[in-house]
Write a protein that binds this ligand. Structure first.
Ligand SMILES: Cc1cc2nc3c(=O)[nH]c(=O)nc-3n(C[C@H](O)[C@H](O)[C@H](O)COP(=O)(O)OP(=O)(O)OC[C@H]3O[C@@H](n4cnc5c(N)ncnc54)[C@H](O)[C@@H]3O)c2cc1C
Length: 461
């Protein structure tokens, strides 16, 4: 006999667990199936949270070693304990994961441990030691993604691995080769470079951070190179494998690179295998992502999908908003996500953050725009922090002045972008931003100045 619910959510990452909680708040009887013991998905277990924990620890180490002298502070004998750093990271993950467990209990979401397979619309089997059959009117697939493969790269879960391994190295590699200069490669490359590894980043394109504003990406490249990361752009990796106690990476037209660890970070692939999607008729696109309409409905009535498993940027907050919108639409008839206001952040030092469209996109779409920029060099707070690298760029519609995009490289860019995301969400103009109070002295004044600069009215530059 199947156990009956109103909604079955498959996957307890940010898309799935948030959808499950919101559905329970709206009065549905909810089951959430997750194959991993810990809740929270990629983001919490092996993604956003552990990477930020290590970024923070390694940044503090680097600051203590190199960043305090200009403040007149002398620190001697700075060292670190990698095992303690890892323990701290694991503790943060464990606390947050248990927190999701607690939220499930508080909201009455029933958790099932095992691998879910859809056998028909509204029918799910949880495979495991003691299989369970579940039935519900609605199913939401939120199974996320895994690190993408690259032909010729032989992952061995040790010397040649993905971000999951790079979040748990037991020793600092002498030489780490990172394949792919996207967010994940640059964040984890930065962690290990700060801790003393030689880091070589191989990127197929002639730029880093594909998809981000190219001017800011070029500035980031210079800053990271100054920090000691070695970049080889236009490098096509043809193979990588463990060799002896290390590894070797083959690059088209270049000498093979001997190193001791390889991190493959060339993107992520949707988790659609083994879910029974073929049998029930859920359509996938050519990238193996689930095809959905604007309300996250798949090609099978009653089955929905959100998060990394569908198209779009693979970001935790995107997955969360989709989970909420999907459930609210099912229960109330309304639910919407404004992708124009979706921020993306690379948590390097300095951080790089972006919301809305880039100049390249606006040019390609033939949208008239005006831009204003302001350097952190001219911001009093950035000066006092000793963090003057970078700038803010504001893009506004050439005729209406409506904000179209904001791109930031600089101190706390990830926090500063929130104001820009809210402004875009509310349909603000650059003048609206420029006329708002921004407390002095704060980094946020740089955003006001960049907005003023759209109209050539910046005061401090
Ligand atoms: C190293 C790294 C750093 C990242 N940093 C950031 C960041 O700073 N900010 C950000 O926004 N994003 C970041 N991301 C991306 C972010 O982790 C994902 O976008 C987010 O986790 C997607 O959420 P999701 O719910 O769609 O899927 P996931 O978080 O992947 O969760 C899916 C869950 O489904 C489970 N599952 C899969 N198949 C089944 C099945 N058949 N049955 C039962 N359960 C199943 C999986 O075990 C998993 O727990 C990072 C990713 C990585 C790898």
């Amino acid at each position: 006999m199947a156990e009956t619910h109103d909604l079955i959510v498959i996957g307890a990452g940010p898309g799935g667990y948030v959808a499950a909680i919101r559905a329970a708040q709206l009065g549905l009887k909810v089951a959430c199936v997750e194959l991993a013991k810990g809740l929270g998905g990629t983001c919490l277990r092996v993604g956003c949270i552990p990477s930020k924990a290590l970024l923070e620890s390694s940044e503090r180490y680097a600051a203590a070693r190199l960043g305090l002298a200009e403040h007149g502070i002398t620190v001697e004998g700075v060292s670190f304990d990698l095992a303690a750093m890892m323990k701290r990271k694991d503790k943060i993950v464990s606390i947050l994961s248990k927190g999701v467990d607690g939220l499930f209990k508080k909201n009455g979401v029933t958790r099932y441990l095992g691998r879910a397979r859809i056998v028909a619309a509204g029918q799910v089997v949880v495979e495991g030691d003691s299989p369970v059959e579940l039935a519900a009117k609605h199913v939401i697939i939120a199974t996320g993604s895994h690190s993408a493969d690259l032909p010729g790269v032989e992952l061995d879960g040790d010397r040649v691995g993905t971000s999951t391994e790079a979040l748990a190295y037991t020793a600092v590699p002498d030489h780490l080769v990172v394949i792919g200069a996207g967010f994940i490669g640059l964040e984890l490359g930065s962690v290990w470079a700060r801790l003393g590894a030689k880091v070589t980043v191989l990127e197929y394109l002639d730029r880093i951070l594909p998809g981000m504003d190219s001017e800011l990406a070029a500035e980031a490249l210079k800053i990271f190179a100054k920090q000691g990361l070695e970049f080889r752009l236009g490098s096509r990796v043809t193979g990588a494998r463990a060799k002896g106690k290390g590894a070797v990476v083959e690059v088209d037209g270049a000498e093979p690179i001997a190193c001791d660890r390889v991190l493959l970070a060339v993107g992520r692939t949707a988790n659609t295998d083994g879910l029974g999607l073929d049998q029930v008729g859920v359509r996938l696109n050519e990238r193996q992502q689930i095809v959905v309409d604007q309300h996250y409905a798949t090609t099978v009535p009653g089955i929905h999908a959100v998060g990394d498993v569908i198209g779009g940027p693979m970001l935790a907050h995107k997955a969360e908003e989709e989970g909420v919108a999907c459930v609210e639409r099912l229960v109330t008839g309304y639910g919407h996500v404004n992708y124009d206001a979706l921020p993306g952040i690379c948590y390097t030092h300095p951080e790089i953050a972006s919301v809305g469209r880039t100049e390249e996109q606006l040019t390609a779409d033939g949208v008239p725009y005006r831009k204003g920029a302001f350097p952190f060099l001219a911001n009093g707070r950035a000066r006092s922090l000793g963090e003057t690298d970078g700038r803010i760029k504001v893009l506004a519609h050439g005729e209406t002045d409506r904000l179209l995009g904001v791109h930031i490289i600089g101190p706390r860019a990830g926090d500063l972008i929130a104001e820009a995301a809210a402004a875009i969400e509310f349909g603000a103009s650059s003048e609206d931003l420029a006329r708002c109070f921004h407390a002095h002295p704060t980094l946020s004044e740089a955003l006001k100045e960049a907005a003023l600069a759209v109209d050539e009215r910046a005061i401090h530059v």
